[in-house]
Design a protein around this ligand. Structure first.
Ligand code: HT7
Ligand code: ZN
Length: 847
């Protein structure tokens, strides 16, 4: 496998003035004719990317057919002999035949349920025709689609529609990865939006006939996103139409193709009966994310794929801001930190660690990671904290002014901050170039009214990066006096050295330090604070993140000591009871505090402390702590279960969702005492999926779900998205000793349509979510997963490689488990014709 290096970047030697494409669609023999107007802009030959599935019918330059000696085809590359080029400006054209019906990798042009659709990021366009398939080659597109399908869509504005043919023109120069085409039997729900400057934009959400009544929330979310981007970033939409299409077979969540966003149907379709509150929130944020890419990704794109976090980190940051503005900012921040720790910290601390801006890769599809996306967003959050609101706004305005129409780099991005604020960001840049999560240690010294905070930072080695230099760490600190009042409001301490001290003078009494407020930097913080101090912060801190963090630390300490044979300190149980009974506290925040840290997180914490985690003991500790909470606070939990009931019709807004969240976590705790009674009643009576699904999950945990699972299956057999939930929850909520067997049985069912990425992810992801089940000592979880990864790899390498990350922590566990997981990984590695995607992932994990 050839490794690509950032240092090898060279500009493309030709400018592409316009791209014209004509598609004659047919299931197994689609003909694609391209005309590419090139002008030379540097030294070098004309080399085009083109997958092996392209059947060449004709190649020509300026209408003159190329002879076999005029070109060479090697792997995925087509080189045109210099002698075949007539001068500095010419039109290259190609007619190729491709077979969408055999495309199970869902990259390029493929069929999903009889509908033609495309996925071109990162390098899918080369499976459609020969092209300079790299993000820095941008051109306006004209597209003609010939097909009997009733709806024919592509990027930009429609310029001609007649039965059997449609023509589209996208005037905004774009790279090939933003190309899209959809053709199928679709219906739209439609609306319109008038932009700030008065452009009226036609909006459509296209779905399969029969799904229209589940597309309304997506449309509402789109309109909110368009408005928010105008109000907060001054960014307006720039075409006459914006189309969204929902497809069932899709490798990721959604794709920001210019003017034609394509979505996984699970991120479009929602009704109270079929989607949960979490689904609704995710739909809202992903619709926003893809829409926001129109400026951060499309108008300003990436020079090369090493710069992926330029568009993804910024767009995640923007969608996080959007959700904070629309819903609860503290709750959103805590949820984002939870997900960062669960996915990105885990990645950063294992064999797959890489910087947000990597400098080499073998398969770019393997780098759509939590580090590029979520850590990329955290880095922007830190920049904003350092330069302040005004500095951030000035920098972003300059970014849009200076780079509109560009394929930009992280250096360009940092330079706009330097130019707009006068700040030197040379050291800050390490956040982009270095992998690993810094460990931040804080020690306190108190003398005569002066508090000294001594910080030290260290980043452990990561693959290929042994020595780490200190980073700029913004540490948000506030002080809480002994009576619980805040004596010093939040202040940002800027740490730049390996060790650094900060003093607070003139304090009357020794305060409790509230540190890393709002999770001001993505670091692991280590400080000596006893359980009483944590309980104090949980009760009094004005910063919701530190408050929640204090409760989480109490729970983690209890779980860690129980998992090592100790007993639970009552501090957590007592403190959580006090918080639960405070009706002035937002129910969503209380629900978050009542959640226990995931078993996986406890395993990570133990491994970090040098203790080999035992998944079974951790699971037992988890159950026991949940049980202690239930027993100690039964009356309170019953009161919450009753008082948090939402009456009236279902609304997916933050307030109602918050009440449901608290009610349902109260039910989950009570489930340990009532043997699933409340859950069974709720399952029968609830009118929405949020409550029904929580009830079903609780019933599985209580071991009394057989009939309910069957009822659920019968009711939703025709709804693929709901059936995904059914496939996921059974291994996820099963007792660990049965999880792998249950997953294996489910995988034998006719309705386990494994080539559908959602269905595959549901079952294998459901098992992986059951920490003790996936890591069962008998190795069945590993074997089952490896079998299916091998099978999936032959059909869809992206999905197999992505799912292989369930093994990324394998080295943490005991010798028996290590031996079994390594054997599973080696078996995958030894598979004949393993894809480049899986080969890269598995070899990095084994190394
Ligand atoms: N920019 C997109 C990333 C992407 C993707 C989407 C769907 C299928 C395959 C894909 N490969 C890469 C999605 C986003 O971040 O918005
Ligand atoms: Zn994105």
């Amino acid at each position: 496998i050839q490794t690509q290096y950032l240092a090898d970047y060279r500009p493309y030697p030709f400018h592409l003035n316009e791209t014209r494409l004509r598609f004659g669609l047919s299931d197994s023999a689609t003909e694609v004719t391209s005309e590419l107007d090139f002008t030379r802009q540097g030294e070098g030959s004309l080399i085009l990317d083109g997958g092996t599935g392209l059947d060449i019918l004709r190649l020509a330059i300026d209408g003159q057919e190329l002879a076999p000696e005029d070109f060479t085809r090697e792997g995925e590359m087509l080189s045109i002999a210099d002698s075949a080029l007539p001068g500095d400006s010419f039109t290259f054209s190609a007619t190729v035949r491709i077979d969408p019906s055999s495309n199970t990798a869902f990259e390029g042009l493929y069929l999903s349920g009889g509908m033609f659709c495309t996925q071109c990021e990162a390098e899918g366009f080369r499976h459609i025709t020969f092209y300079p398939d790299r993000p820095d080659v941008m051109a306006p597109f004209r597209v003609v689609i010939d097909s009997e399908q009733p709806v024919l869509l592509s990027n930009g504005n429609p310029v001609g529609q007649e039965p059997g043919r449609a023509e589209w023109h996208d005037p905004w120069p774009k790279p090939a990865y933003l190309f899209a085409l959809v053709a199928g039997d679709l219906v739209a729900i439609s609306d319109s939006y008038a932009t700030q400057s008065g452009r009226v934009v036609a909006l459509n959400v296209w779905v399969r006939p029969g799904d229209q009544d589940r597309a309304g929330f997506a449309m509402e979310s789109l309109i909110k996103s368009m408005k928010w981007d105008e109000e907060v970033y001054g960014r307006e939409y720039d075409l006459d139409v914006f189309n969204i299409v929902a497809v069932d077979d899709f490798n990721m969540g959604a794709m920001e193709n210019k003017g034609l966003n394509i979505f996984n149907s699970k991120l479009v379709l929602a009704s109270p009966e079929t989607a949960t509150d979490a689904d609704y929130e995710r739909i809202e944020s992903v619709i926003a994310h893809e829409y926001f890419h129109n400026w951060t990704g499309n108008r300003i794109t990436c020079r090369d794929w090493f710069q992926l976090c330029l568009k993804e980190g910024l767009t995640v940051f923007r969608d996080q801001q959007f959700t904070s503005d629309l819903r609860s900012a503290p709750v959103k921040r805590i949820e984002d930190v939870q997900s960062l720790r669960a996915r990105q910290f885990r990645e950063d601390q294992g064999p797959l660690a890489h910087p947000p801006r990597p400098d080499h890769y073998r398969e770019i599809n393997n780098f759509y990671t939590a580090t590029v996306y979520e850590k990329g967003a955290e880095v922007i959050g830190m920049l904003k904290r350092l330069v302040g609101e005004d500095g951030y706004k000035a920098a972003l305005d300059l970014y849009f002014d200076r780079h509109d129409g560009d394929a930009a780099t992280i250096e360009d991005w940092l330079l706009v901050f330097e130019d707009a604020t006068g700040r030197d960001l040379a050291q800050f840049k390490r956040w982009y170039t270095d992998a690993g999560t810094p460990r931040l240690r804080m020690d306190e010294e108190w003398t005569d009214g002066t508090l000294t905070l001594r910080f030290s930072q260290e980043t452990p080695p990561t693959p290929g990066q042994d020595d780490k230099q200190p980073r700029v760490i913004p540490i948000a600190v506030g002080l809480i006096g002994p009576n619980g009042d805040e004596t010093r409001p939040t202040e940002i301490l800027e740490m730049t050295d390996a060790q650094q001290s900060f003093t607070f003078e003139g304090l009357g009494a020794r305060p409790v330090v509230s540190v890393l407020r709002g999770f001001s930097a993505p670091v692991v913080l280590d400080r000596d604070l006893d359980d009483a101090g944590r309980a104090f912060l949980l009760a009094h801190d004005t910063d919701p993140f530190v408050r929640w963090e204090a409760g989480r630390e109490l729970a983690l300490n209890a779980l860690q000591s129980m998992a090592q044979g100790g007993s639970a300190d009552p501090a957590y149980v007592d403190a959580i009871g006090r918080l639960m009974s405070d009706d002035d506290v937002d129910p969503a925040f209380r629900a978050l505090c009542l959640q226990l840290p995931a078993e996986e997180e406890v395993a990570g914490r133990l491994a970090h402390a040098g203790v080999t985690p035992d998944p079974d003991t951790i699971h037992a500790a988890h159950m026991q702590l949940a049980h202690s909470v239930a027993e100690a606070h039964e009356d309170l939990l019953i009161r919450l279960y009753q008082s948090m009931e939402v009456t009236g019709g279902y609304r997916p807004d933050a307030q109602d969702a918050a009440q449901r969240a608290l009610r349902l976590i109260a039910m989950a705790r009570l489930n340990l005492l009532d043997g699933g009674e409340r859950a069974a009643t709720l399952f029968e009576t609830a009118g929405n999926m949020t409550e029904r699904f929580a009830a079903l999950s609780a019933m599985i945990r209580a071991g009394r779900a057989d009939a309910a699972l069957e009822t659920f299956r019968q009711e939703f057999a025709d709804n693929r998205l709901v059936m995904d939930k059914w496939f996921m929850i059974q291994p996820a909520a099963a007792s660990p000793d049965q999880a792998a067997t249950i997953a294996a049985e489910l995988s034998q069912r006719d309705d386990f349509e494994w080539k559908n990425p959602n269905r595959f992810r549901a079952l294998l992801g459901g098992l992986a979510a059951n920490h003790a089940g996936f890591h069962a000592a008998d190795g069945l979880g590993y074997d089952f997963t490896a079998d299916w990864l091998i099978r999936m790899d032959a059909a869809n390498p992206q999905i197999a490689a992505r799912m292989s990350t369930v093994f990324e922590t394998w080295k943490r566990y005991d010798a028996g488990r290590r031996e079994k997981s390594l054997a599973a990984l080696q078996r995958i590695a030894a598979t004949p014709r393993l894809s480049r995607n899986s080969e890269e992932m598995v070899s990095r994990m084994i190394e």
